[in-house]
Design a protein around this ligand. Structure first.
Ligand SMILES: Cc1cc2nc3c(=O)[nH]c(=O)nc-3n(C[C@H](O)[C@H](O)[C@H](O)COP(=O)(O)O)c2cc1C
Length: 708
């Protein structure tokens, strides 16, 4: 395809020929078997991405000293010959689909969780500077806090092992031996993980490396450990075997951290030592929650590209980079010589077939990542990787779409993400599927969620496109009455009618300046405006009705854009609630010049948002001046005011032109139950069975489809 000509053109790193410029970036997945063994589960996961057309698959964070220096719950290892058969089987499988396999060699250093658990001292260049504390722990919900801290309860006091020159040499030999093992296992390349706060980057960083010998001080000294490893590996694998390193181009939010000047020099030194390429990443202060989406899994599109460009100018070897880079931009950047290879993480979790679809000219078929951080958040709770929009990620075998043995007539009720995904999957399995939706459009509540958080729109639009191409019959403006269901005579019914929102019992919630979640949705989407007659003046309703008639309110991007100039809401807004919807709405309104306070009785805000994104959302809300007021009791809505009692038993009041009650959503199985009583075989998916947002909708739809 001319449009992605550069991205799809073959490339080369040293002796390694690559079919295009798309790599699967290293991602620790926690999908290995016991004892660091690369087993069937992780093989299937990587093989899917090889099958999907990526040029190279990188096994993320593969331990060189397992369990020594390992950090994850189910981490792959290459520290012993017993790890070779599994990796060889993976290499064979990846090769069978025309891709290459790279192993990322990893030693976790100061964050080697298994060293802490086993009572070993943590390897470090020097005793870590004291006093680094941040807000990371503040955002954990109570149950998450227990899961996160449970391993720590089993640990004794943390000890440090400041590495001597001899111990450094031992580690160099461990890296070299692991690389030689990878070569023996039929792997095509190794990547030295020299970033992200692990052992090598703690030498590279002037913040964590306080040594005064030849491994500390100047950038040349700090890079000596990496240079020694490169030389050690080179000696072990020979001149032709491709070897590269992933480095932090910069440490964000860290005083005295790695600078781009440092990383350019490090890259040059490592090139001279024998590297074939440089993979450009970045790191950040992880004691602060925000650090997790500033650094390697960045929220900021193309964040590392300027640094990759600088490093590319400093070296003569190919440069690989990642970090929320859009495909058309990557194509242009490669054409401009800003970097050579695009490493994709989250986009390949969302759609393993991305490269193949691009090559086939089916860009619109690529299932988009919505940057919800479900994938990386799992790591904090000792779970394996998964993806909110792709239920198969990490469940490649269990949720593989296979033809059904018996083809059935199936009616899916509800056109939100759960209904659309269930219908799509059931149709792909060969069933005859009808989807009925009572409103005039598909998308359900996710449409509304897409206005507040734009990336959500990607998955709603993708599901709509997939349905349009499928054999699913879609009936809009159709109520699933008992008569209709009897006339359709389905073999199976999937109820995916979403959550219902009841107004919580808040004094004053019947005032005309108070909107429930459903009312906000009607207002924004221009639906059922007459029911808002006592809250919205006639002129505004006419304007909204006209917008709805002309189709404007079906265009979510247009609503997002237009709402920047006008919204039928006053300047000062109080949102009552604390979860995903309340916080996304707060951010949306604050961006539109409103003064927003979010108040709720709970202690912690952000339930329903995965931890890595929650850190970000809470940070952004504060940056936008949103007042977050937890532990608020006795909330009452008065005339132009919301009052509550704060944790210090003081009555507080907030002026409010409008109040939005963004809580009270819950499942509702009434329809499912009544259809069951009428004799239908009924299944449920999505929020009607309990609020689970897009992640819950997609995974429950997959489970239902799997069962039929
Ligand atoms: C689930 C997950 C696990 C990750 N694990 C690793 C890892 O083991 N090694 C590494 O170098 N980077 C790791 N990263 C960072 C990615 O390699 C990559 O830099 C990041 O996801 C940005 O690229 P993207 O925007 O294409 O996702 C991880 C990222 C994610 C999302």
């Amino acid at each position: 395809m001319a449009r992605f000509k550069h991205l799809l053109s073959p490339g080369r790193i040293g002796s390694l020929q690559l079919r295009n410029r798309i790599f699967m970036t290293p991602m620790g997945s926690n999908l290995a078997d016991e004892d660091g063994i690369t087993g069937e589960r992780i093989r299937t996961y990587y093989t899917e991405r090889a099958k999907g057309g990526a040029a190279l698959i990188t096994m993320g964070s593969v331990s060189i000293g397992y369990r020594e220096g390992s950090s994850n719950w189910r981490q792959e290892a290459i520290s012993d010959d017993r790890h070779i058969p599994g990796i060889r089987a993976l290499a064979d499988s990846v090769h069978a689909h025309g891709a290459k396999l790279c192993v990322q060699l990893h030693h976790a250093g100061l964050v080697a969780m298994n060293d802490m658990l086993d009572g070993r001292p943590l390897a470090t260049p020097s005793i870590p500077p004291a006093g680094k504390s941040g807000d990371m722990m503040d955002a954990f919900l109570e149950d998450e806090f227990h899961i996160f801290t449970a391993p720590h309860a089993k640990m004794g006091a943390i000890k440090h092992q400041v590495l001597t020159a001899q111990e450094i040499e031992r580690l160099v030999q461990m890296y070299a031996a692991a690389a030689e093992r990878a070569k023996r296992a039929g792997v095509d390349a190794v990547e030295i993980h020299a970033g992200h706060g692990y052992i090598i980057s703690s030498f590279l960083s002037p913040y964590s490396n306080r040594r005064t010998d030849e491994y500390g001080g100047s950038v040349e000294n700090r890079a000596r450990f990496l240079v020694d490893i490169v030389k050690g590996i080179r000696a072990a694998v020979g001149a032709d075997f491709p070897v590269w390193a992933r480095i932090d181009s910069e440490e964000f939010l860290v005083d005295q951290g790695i600078t781009i000047g440092d990383s350019c020099r490090t890259a040059q030194l490592a090139e001279v030592a024998g590297l074939d390429a440089i993979n450009v990443s970045a790191y950040s202060d992880m004691a602060n929650g925000i650090g997790h989406s500033v650094a390697h899994a960045t929220h900021i599109p193309g964040k590392f590209v300027p640094n990759a460009t600088a490093i590319k100018r400093a070296v003569g070897i190919p440069v690989i980079t990642a970090g929320r880079i859009e495909l058309d931009q990557a194509d242009r950047y490669i054409a401009e010589g800003r970097f050579d290879f695009l490493a994709l993480g989250r986009k390949l979790l969302a759609d393993p077939d991305l490269a193949r679809k691009l090559a086939d000219g089916r860009e619109d078929d690529i299932r988009p990542c919505i940057y919800c951080y479900t994938c990386i958040s799992q790591i904090y709770f000792g779970r394996h990787v998964r993806c909110a929009v792709n239920p198969e990620a990490g469940f490649e075998r269990e949720r593989e779409i296979r033809p059904a043995e018996t083809k059935k007539r199936i009616v899916v009720i509800g056109g939100g993400p759960a209904g659309m995904e269930a219908a799509r999957r059931l149709s792909l399995k060969g069933h005859s599927v009808m989807l009925v939706e009572q409103s005039d459009r598909l998308g359900g509540t996710a449409q509304f969620a897409s206005i507040a958080y734009e990336p959500n729109q990607g998955i709603v639009d993708w599901l709509k496109r997939q349905l349009a191409q499928s054999n699913v019959t879609v009936k809009l403006r159709t109520l699933a009455t008992p008569e209709l269901m009897c006339s359709l005579k389905p073999d199976e019914v999937v109820v995916a009618t979403g959550a219902v929102r009841t107004m919580p019992d808040i004094p004053g919630s019947d005032r005309p300046n108070v909107f429930s979640g459903d009312e906000m949705r009607k207002l924004v989407l221009g639906q059922d405006l007459d029911s808002l007659a006592n809250k919205v003046d006639r002129q505004t309703r006419w304007a909204l009705a006209a917008a709805a008639m002309s189709g404007v309110t079906k265009d979510l991007a247009l609503i997002r854009w237009a709402s920047k100039s006008w919204m039928p809401l006053g300047k000062r807004i109080v949102i009552i609630g604390s979860e995903l919807v309340a916080l996304e709405l707060a951010e949306f309104l604050a961006h539109r010049g409103r003064t927003v306070s979010v108040v709720d009785e709970v202690a912690k805000f952000g339930a329903g948002i995965q931890i890595v994104r929650r850190w970000r959302v809470l940070h952004e809300a504060r940056e936008l001046g949103v007042a977050l007021l937890p532990l608020a009791r006795d909330i009452r809505i008065g005339e132009g005011v919301v009052t509550y009692v704060n944790p210090h038993d003081q009555v507080r009041s907030i002026t409010a032109d409008h109040v939005i009650v963004a809580k009270g959503a819950h499942g509702n199985l009434d329809l499912a139950d009544s259809l069951r009583s009428a004799g239908f075989s009924v299944h449920t998916a999505g929020d009607c069975d309990g609020v689970g947002y897009i992640d819950g909708a997609m995974s429950s739809a997959a489970e239902v489809a799997q069962a039929l």
